[in-house]
Design a protein around this ligand. Structure first.
Ligand code: AMP
Ligand code: MG
Length: 348
């Protein structure tokens, strides 16, 4: 049976709701907000500015158009065409996503791999029916379900996958979408906004009272308890993206064992290391999204090593929680993070 916060939200809210709140006479203070369902998850955007309502409508249109290109469940989507083995001329969106996926896959030693899709389907994460692959099946999938087997190089205009290959941008698409939304908001003169695209948060500028946005991070040991947060990070112009096995999983009804949705490409099994939660804080939504997934696969030590190597260049920080409930933050977040749990600051 599939247990998922995101799935539960499908039932709760499939409608689009909009509100326009006029505050005072100052045109720059016009607030608008929208909640809607897209990309298999619940989303919300709120912003302040003269063109706030128009800007949000454009953002929502952009997200729906991205969904129609990237969805693995819409038959006519570009990604579905790619997954059916056709030779496909790539849109600039898919090209951008492929190229970033290749970069991050290379830099993380293959921890991030969008080519796992056939294996993700085999496990039942699309159908919701758990299927634990046996060793022969796993071997078969692992030899083909890797980007290193693709006949595609960065910059190519077309792609054609072989039989048994497929892609899934589930670990990166919402981060990309948040960057696209930020571009639209800025182009429409919006200086203050907050969005959560299925938990992929981006905070633009400052709040109305000129203070930073305070983003609460779910405590994986009590994910439904808003009084028991892992911590709070104060930010402006930053994406805050968390990956954790508690977010979406399939449960074996006989044994009660849970199998979560982030697969370790080296084993084909759900990543199983010392981590239970990874949050990336970055200027860049796409970076935050793919790195939260990748670090969750890499584990504590490799994630810190990765930060030491790329943290400054790629402008991101990490908040990590281990199975034994220790919390670690990288140096750049010193002063921006608060928690009731003791935490250590790491990084060279
Ligand atoms: P996220 O919630 O951003 O961590 O992304 C998890 C989603 O990314 C999963 O639901 C899969 O669709 C996909 N995925 C799972 N494992 C990986 C992986 N190792 N690399 C890239 N994408 C993955
Ligand atoms: Mg991700």
């Amino acid at each position: 049976m599939m247990r998922s916060k995101r799935i539960a939200l499908i039932i709760a809210a499939t409608c689009v709701s909009a509100s326009l709140l006029l505050s005072g006479c100052n045109k720059n203070n016009i607030e608008a907000s929208k909640e809607f369902y897209a990309m298999d998850t619940q989303m919300s955007i709120k912003c302040t500015g003269e063109n706030s309502k128009k800007a949000i409508d454009k953002c929502v249109d952009r997200i729906y158009s991205l969904e129609s290109i990237l969805s693995v469940t819409i038959d006519e989507s570009e990604v579905s065409k790619i997954n059916s083995g056709k030779n496909v001329k790539l849109s600039s969106d898919v090209k951008d996503l492929l190229n970033t996926s290749i970069d991050i896959s290379d830099k993380t030693g293959g921890a991030f791999d969008i080519a796992l899709y056939p294996l993700i389907e085999c496990w039942g994460f699309r159908s919701g029916e758990l299927n634990i692959p046996d060793n022969d099946e796993l071997e078969k999938y692992l030899s083909t379900c890797t980007m290193s087997e693709f006949e595609y190089s960065k910059g190519d205009d077309t792609i054609q996958l072989c039989n048994n290959q497929g892609i899934d941008f589930g670990g990166i698409a919402k981060g990309y979408a948040s960057d696209e939304v930020v571009k639209i908001l800025k182009n429409n003169g919006i200086k203050s906004a907050y969005m959560s695209l299925g938990g992929n948060v981006y905070c633009l500028g400052l709040k109305k009272d000129n203070s930073k946005w305070r983003v609460g991070i779910v405590n994986p040991t009590a994910p439904n308890d808003t009084n028991s947060l892992l911590g709070i990070v104060s930010v402006r112009d930053r994406a805050v993206v968390t990956s954790g096995g508690y977010e979406r999983y399939l449960e074996d009804e006989k044994t009660g064992k849970k199998y979560h949705h982030i697969l370790d490409p080296s084993t084909g099994y759900p990543a199983d290391n010392d981590l239970i939660s990874v949050t990336i804080v970055s200027e860049n939504g796409i970076m935050a999204d793919c790195l939260s997934t990748a670090c969750y696969v890499m584990g504590l030590e490799k994630s810190i090593e990765y930060w030491n190597k790329y943290g400054q260049i790629d402008k991101f920080d990490i908040i990590l929680m281990t199975k034994d409930e220790n919390v670690f933050i990288t140096k750049g977040l010193d002063g921006a993070f608060e928690s009731k749990i003791n935490y250590s600051i790491v990084g060279d």
